[in-house]
Design a protein around this ligand. Structure first.
Ligand SMILES: N[C@@H](CCC(=O)N[C@@H](CS)C(=O)NCC(=O)O)C(=O)O
Length: 223
């Protein structure tokens, strides 16, 4: 029997779920996975099954953890190597992860997380905004700094850590919407997509029932 349950949302859309799911898998926690189809706003089943009304939500061995960053920190208690050993390096990646967690609303609003191909018309209609452009510039500069500090190919170093889990859905957005970024950022986007767990997430997203698709996400999105 598993040690707990990880509640997540539709893999195609739920960027926050991807973060928690990656951390749980990096740490090797043995949990049952419950995927709740998102309604595109308030999802009654999410509200009913989670303390704060959001996924991801983790129940593990008597602990109840909601919010992606808290789940990441919980996972790092089991796998301390998910943060760098060096204090200053750890502080840098913690700051970047917190900045992701609380920011980049312009990018997130203009370019939703879709794990998989979108109709070309949807991509064509997607509008770049000043806010999204500023977010992308900041992310590219931040990734440069983090990759220089870690030596790459991941923000954490030779393997993905918490900072990579936090930024993986940004890499997804960059590729899904073919956003134009400099070579180093593009290479990082490629590394993330080549990771076996990210490949698995995409494969499982592809298997989700067609009725889980949300028209508003697939075509013109709010914002
Ligand atoms: N701050 C939260 C945000 C989580 C969040 O917004 N999750 C979305 C899905 S990606 C959600 O649960 N939406 C509520 C709903 O669909 O009812 C975190 O980091 O986990």
């Amino acid at each position: 029997m598993a040690d707990g349950t990880l509640f997540i949302g539709t893999k195609r859309y739920s960027s926050w779920s991807l973060r928690g799911w990656l951390a749980v898998h990096f740490a090797g926690l043995d949990v049952e996975e419950v995927v709740i189809p998102l309604a595109g706003g308030a999802t009654p089943e999410v509200k009913a099954k989670t303390p704060a009304g959001f996924v991801p939500y983790l129940e593990h061995d008597g602990a109840h953890i909601w919010d992606s960053l808290a789940i990441c920190e919980y996972c790092a208690e089991f796998a301390p190597g998910l943060w760098p050993e060096d204090r200053a390096h750890r502080a840098l990646l913690r700051s970047a992860s917190a900045e992701m967690h609380s920011g980049f609303a312009g990018l997130r609003k203009a370019f939703p997380h879709i794990a998989g191909p979108v109709a070309s018309a949807a991509a064509r209609d997607r509008q770049m905004t000043d806010e999204a452009r500023a977010d992308i510039a900041r992310i590219v500069a931040l990734w440069d700094e983090l990759l220089k500090a870690s030596g790459g190919p991941f923000l954490h170093g030779p393997f993905m850590g918490i900072a990579d889990a936090m930024f993986a859905p940004v890499a997804v957005r960059f590729r899904t919407w073919a956003l134009d970024v400099p070579a180093q950022a593009a290479a990082y986007v490629g590394q993330v997509h080549d990771h076996p767990l990210v490949r698995r997430w995409f494969a499982e997203a592809e298997q989700e029932p067609a009725e889980w698709r949300l028209e508003g996400y697939e075509t013109k999105v709010a914002g």
